[in-house]
Every structure is written in C-alpha cells, then in structure tokens.
Write a protein that binds this ligand. Structure first.
Ligand SMILES: [Zn+2]
Length: 298
C-alpha cells in the first residue's frame, strides 16, 4: 500500500558533478502533520510544502547536532508557518491557523492567498557555533517553492530550482515530494542550459511521486542530466519535546512569572506546538522549579 511506503531523501550528482539535486518523498510525514494538527486542505499544502523543503535543508547539514528552522510570515489568514529539521531529517512544524479555508479560484489550492505575500521567509541554522546563521528574504508569492528558491539564490548565493508539491484529498495526503536542483560553482554554460531545459519536468512533483515514488522519480525527472545517486536517507515527522525541556523553558521565564503562575493558576499546562503533547505542572512542581530558578549557577 502507498501509505506504508517510507519517506526518503536522495542526494544526487548531476552532469558529472556540475550540478546536484536533492529529491524527497514526504507523503508520510505530511500525513502525520495533518493528523497531529487537524489541518485543513490548504493548511496541509502550506505546512506540507514547508516541511518538505525544510527536511531537504536538514539533509544538507553537516554536523549531527545541527538544525534548521524555516518560518514564513506573509500576513495571510494562515498566520505563521514554521518547520524545523535536524540533520537526520526528523522534521516537525505547525501553522498558527490549522483550519484556514479559502475558496478555490483555479485548479490548485490557493496556498499563496492563505500564506500572504507581504512578509518574509526566515531561515535559522543552528550550526552549534556561538551565533546561529540567519538568512531572510522577502516573499515572492507565498506559494513557498518560489520563496525558497529566492532564499537559496539571494541569501545563500546558490542559484536553485525548487519544486514542492502536496496532493491532498478530503481523506488523506495522496502524495508529497520536493526537488531542489543547484548549479555548482564550476558548472559550464552547457550544463546550465541542460538543467534549464529539464526544468519543465520538475513542476508536477506530487504527481510524479504518486506515480513513480522516490527511486522511480529520479529517472522520470532527471534522466537527461546523468543522475548518480550519492546517498539515501530516511525522513520522518518527529518531535523531541520532553518534560525536562519544558521545565527548562519554565525556569527561564524567571521568578516573577513562576510566582505569578503559582498565585493565579496554582499550576501550569504547557502544550507542545509541534506534537500537541500536554505537560501538566502542579503548584508543588512549580515551587520546585522556583527553587532551581534561584539556585546559584553551577
Ligand atoms: Zn512535542
């Protein structure tokens, strides 16, 4: 069955190393996001495209503790769309308004109208250095693939083609996938032209994934570009929240905030944005945290 297929990411060399492609099948992880958040069809497409792009960016990270966060704020009714991936392609995300719905004006879901076009795509890479790397671009269309393409080209100075697709029916995510093609610095003019000539094939990525799946899509999409698969990895939706992490976050709120919670709410309920897991703290729990908040630094 299709739904039992495992998501995966391929890193592919093109044209004898003059370009590279990253190809992902993300049907399962987008379905998981839809189930967790109860996403409308438009929200499934918007968050699904963002998760798909972010998982591909996660696969480009070098160190295993590194992570990448992409957030899109376009001023539209969906609010913020945010996704995080670690270097193992464990991805998670959320949207502010999971129920967003807009009338369809053409054959495609109006993702750009839901996201909005007056705002920015921000990419934060935590490379475990003193400061994270932050890149930002103005949105092109709010359709997300074009916005990521602009990010790679303008902020990372790597001209890139980006295709993202989520095919969603009333019942389920039928297919989802993405492709990033990047020219490498020593690419010849002929290589650039070959990639541009193939670009038309990249557009219907969800349709291609539905029919051919990950390995089959390589031939289907990249056959004219001498594809050589370098690496295959799994991708999945996963949240790494824990009671310990939530405790740390509560402690960093500070004494005043904790005292206020104890006095007015006699406890605290904290819901994880990414997996909806609820952490409940009693008054005594909070008093214990208050003690650590006052403890001298070790
Ligand atoms: Zn969580």
């Amino acid at each position: 069955m299709d739904c039992m297929r495992q998501d995966g990411i391929l890193h592919i060399s093109l044209l004898n190393g003059q370009a590279r492609a990253i190809l992902i099948e993300s049907t399962g992880l987008v379905q998981r996001a839809r189930d967790i958040h109860g996403l409308s069809k438009i929200a499934t497409a918007a968050l699904g495209r963002t998760l798909t792009a972010t998982a591909m960016m996660g696969s480009m990270l070098k160190g295993k503790d590194e992570s990448v966060t992409a957030s899109i704020r376009g001023g539209g009714p969906i609010g913020t769309v945010l996704a995080v991936s670690d270097a193992n392609c464990a991805v998670k995300g959320y949207v502010d308004n999971p129920a967003v719905d807009l009338p369809r004006t053409g054959p495609k879901l109006p993702v750009g109208a839901a996201v909005g076009r007056e705002g920015r795509l921000t990419v934060i890479k935590d490379l475990k250095l003193r400061e994270p790397y932050v890149g930002q671009v103005n949105l092109v269309s709010g359709e997300i693939a074009e916005d990521f393409a602009m990010y790679f080209t303008a902020s990372e100075q790597t001209p890139s083609l980006v295709s993202l697709g989520v095919l969603v029916s009333k019942e389920r995510v039928e297919s989802a996938g993405g492709l990033i093609v990047q020219m490498l610095p020593d690419a010849s003019e002929a290589a650039i032209q070959s990639v541009e000539a193939s670009a038309g094939m990249f557009m219907d990525i969800s349709g291609t994934m539905k029919e051919y799946h990950l390995e089959g899509a390589v031939d289907q999409l990249l056959m004219h570009l001498q594809p050589q698969i370098l690496e295959r990895r799994d991708a999945r939706y996963a949240c790494d929240c824990s009671r310990q992490r939530v405790e740390k976050a509560l402690i960093t709120l500070g004494r005043d905030e904790l005292n206020d919670m104890i006095a007015t709410q006699h406890g605290a309920k904290v819901d994880c944005h990414f997996c909806n897991k609820r952490y409940v703290f009693s008054e005594d729990d909070l008093k214990r945290l208050l003690a650590s908040a006052t403890a001298p630094a070790k």
